[in-house]
Design a protein around this ligand. Structure first.
Ligand code: AP5
Ligand code: MG
Length: 226
């Protein structure tokens, strides 16, 4: 199964993606996470990319495409993968199609998570992420049991560098000018499934499970029955 999770910042791509991984057993590749890891490792590429993403700007296509190509060639992607946050420009979508046809693969679907802008800002402003295991919380809607600490590994929760008001504004603008046009690209080839992500995470996930029944997901019957 090859699936794309699409949608604006804060729509819940990461939250739903982790659940899909559990149901389908294929890896989730988040380009945003790759960039944050490279920045933490202080590699040259990581620091160059950080100069874009920390302000909310998209990282240039040539950097993103190279990293994705390298990642999906790894052995764990042989049975499929889920992309979270790629492609984010029409040029990336076109290049991804070429990558897939060169490797004899095909895209099974694109899930477009949509939520209204006020809700997106509220989610991003209150998000806290575990510095160690990457688990995501929200100070109001999904608070950790102990303030500031991860429920799963006990590590410190941090606020992402790009979750400040100015970067959030830029990310939303970048989304509407450069990423939203990708929706039409996938509508035209019949692969787009829209999901109203303005609902509780469990409700959204139930709809995702219904959709997964229609693609070659590989999930166990139990998971899909939910
Ligand atoms: P990336 O890390 O992908 O960030 P993003 O697209 O801005 O999306 P987020 O991760 O902020 O949100 P999400 O949709 O995953 O929501 P989440 O589940 O966490 O990319 C970061 C940056 O890297 C980009 O801005 C760009 O600069 C660069 N980049 C990455 N890919 C690129 C590419 N292909 N090309 C160029 N540049 C690229 O949820 C958010 C919060 O809401 C959480 O607190 C969660 O608990 C809560 N929540 C989730 N679902 C619900 C719900 N249903 N109800 C209530 N709360 C909810
Ligand atoms: Mg995310």
């Amino acid at each position: 199964m090859i699936l794309i999770l699409f949608g604006p910042p804060g729509a819940g791509k990461g939250t739903q993606g982790s659940r899909i991984v559990e149901a389908c057993g294929v890896p989730k590749i988040s380009t945003g996470e790759i960039f944050r890891d490279l920045a933490a490792a202080k590699t040259e590429l990581g620091l160059t990319a950080k100069s874009y993403w920390s302000t909310g700007k998209l990282v240039p296509d040539e950097i993103v495409v190279g990293l994705v190509k390298e990642r999906i060639a790894k052995a764990d992607c042989a049975k499929g993968f889920i992309l979270d946050g790629f492609p984010r420009t029409v040029s990336q979508a076109e290049t991804f199609d070429i990558m897939l046809s060169q490797s004899g693969n095909k895209l099974d679907g694109v899930i477009d998570f949509e939520a209204n802008v006020d809700e997106l800002v509220r989610r991003l402003s209150g998000r806290r992420t575990c510095d160690n295991c990457g688990a995501t919380f929200h100070i109001i809607t999904l608070p950790p049991k102990v303030d500031g600490l991860c429920d799963y590994c006990g590590s410190e929760l941090i606020q992402r560098n790009d979750d400040n008001p100015e970067s959030i504004r830029t990310r939303l603008k970048e989304y509407s000018s450069k990423t939203e046009p990708v929706i039409n690209y996938y509508v035209s080839n019949g692969l787009l499934h829209r999901v109203d992500a303005d609902r509780l995470p469990d409700v959204v996930f139930n709809e995702v499970l219904e959709l997964l029944k229609t693609v070659n997901c590989g999930a166990s019957k139990e998971a899909l029955v939910g």
